[in-house]
Design a protein around this ligand. Sequence first.
Ligand code: PMP
Length: 473
Amino acid sequence: MKTKTIKYCLASCAVTNKLHFSIRVLSQMRCLSKTVSVVKCSTGCSVRNYVTENDGSYFFNKMAANRKPSELREIATLVAKLPASAINLGVGYPDVNTFPFNGISFELVTGECIKLSDKELAVALQYLPSLGYNLLLNKLKEIQDYFHGPQDWNTRGILITCGAQEGLSKSVDMFMQHGDPVIVPQPAYAQALDLFRAYEPDFIRISQDANGVVVDEMQNALKTRKLNNQPMPKVMYLNPTGSNPAGNVIADSRKREIYQLACQYNIVILEDDPYYFLNFLEKNPASFLSMDTEGRVIRLDSFSKVMSSGLRLGFATGSASFIRKMELAMQNSSLHPSSLSQIMAYKLLVQWGIEGLKLHFERVKKYYRQKRDHMLRAVEQNLSGLAEWYEPTGGMFLWLKIKGLEDTRHLVTSTCLAKMVIFAPGFAFATDTKKPSPYIRISYSVASTEEIDKGIALLAEAIREELKSIKTQ
Ligand code: PMP
């Protein structure tokens, strides 16, 4: 009877938030009651939170395994929970009364003005626990519950980071060992590849189409490696929504298949998703986090694209043991992202609530969708016959393949620059940057519609010149 209930919940796991919750509660109950038999869910994954059982140590590299709490930072976490009346002769904090700021207020696009109270100002000017500002953490949990289904915060955690990038770098540095295999999309976000590259990894490249990474290719690659007794990857990096640079969104059905593969081959998914709210779909895509019954997803969110990249705020959500190791790394690196940024984000979230936030996301989304449409029109008018592309379904980028050119390096770094127009060359998004790439990435975020028209016309001119010069060589 119990088994049946679980099966039913899992079969419907991406359907409603309520069901997500029941899955987690049930899976937790199973762990607590130490039930060993494993039920297969609709994605084929076992219903157990291996992190609760195995504490995630299979995945940690030696550095992460050795990472111990910083005693003074641990005390800082305790101190943050004490009432203000506690006499603090222990921590090495400066006295905020010596700082030159008397008050901080900021104005929102909606015209509202937010002023920090004296108490908030003191928080904004002082050190925080490494996990983040507690009130903001609670708000972020509400946000994750709302957009990705209620999470079990006993087994999951959140770490506030300096953008998604810091969450990504802390995840990579926690798992990768020199020469490890890792699954990456092709093309991929250049700064993610840079992080992995430092480990001289064995890149398992998976191609993409308009619907994201090609699952059959991933399945074949994993199957072949297993058959050949090759080392198996512990980590897969994916950038599911409005991928940089490919501009696609991984279809929900593909995500379920990928999650199934991750369960089958025991792989952690790094879900780097800073463009999640910039998707141009009818409804937000299902995240890997929303499917994660086994605690094998680290989701990296960011405020950079919807609030401000200058705030340098993001947050990593994942199983408590992973987040704890990342927190320990934070204790020894920047200590924590800016307190002022954290309190600004917190005040904004309180002021707007989820509904206000959603309205704002819709505004931002509409803005980028219009820019995308304009870019597509310009590209169709000027580049038909010269290039191939598909419609971006999120994010800020169009990934363009130039016909008849083996490599865009000279086109971008010489011919286009001479015309004072800038594009990103395809090779920058490849695992091997020395190989030729016929692609370029066009960004439609900051350029005005007039600049887009002019820039794309200049690109067409540059491509023609480039093709002509190749023919005459
Ligand atoms: N991941 C991807 C795919 C990105 O495009 C970016 C920004 N260029 C980041 C992560 C980092 O963003 P941030 O640290 O500002 O959140």
